[in-house]
Design a protein around this ligand. Structure first.
Ligand code: ZN
Length: 117
């Protein structure tokens, strides 16, 4: 097991690149989810009822996925904002420093463990 690299300072440029990469990915997935279903993939004439049911469940799940993607998107945007204004690593809730280990595992954290729970 490698020792916890807690003592190493955070590489903010690396974190920013990572956050932007994830934001691009999340936005691409959201765009794909939100575009109207392609011709022929929706519930059409001549389809069996079973197909329509599956389709409805599929769409329902997509809405849930889009919601959580939007939540992730806003967290990533907030983290990038914090990098910009120099408050990255400071808890939005109580103003204490967020441990580097937490930022390493969840780089989009804007809250410390206490405020997040
Ligand atoms: Zn806090």
């Amino acid at each position: 097991m490698a020792p916890e690299p807690e003592a190493e300072p955070l590489n903010l440029e690396e974190i920013e690149a990572l956050l932007r990469e994830r934001l691009d990915e999340v936005r691409a997935r959201l765009a794909a989810l939100k575009k109207p279903p392609e011709r022929g993939s929706g519930i059409g004439f001549g389809k069996r009822i079973g197909d329509g049911t599956t389709e409805a469940i599929g769409r329902f799940n997509d809405v849930g996925v889009a919601d959580s993607l939007e939540a992730i998107e806003s967290r990533l945007e907030r983290a990038l904002e914090k990098l910009d204004d120099g408050t990255y690593g400071i808890c939005d809730g109580c103003g204490t420093k967020i441990p580097a280990g937490r930022l390493r595992s969840v780089p989009e954290s804007a809250l410390c463990v206490q405020c997040a729970s």
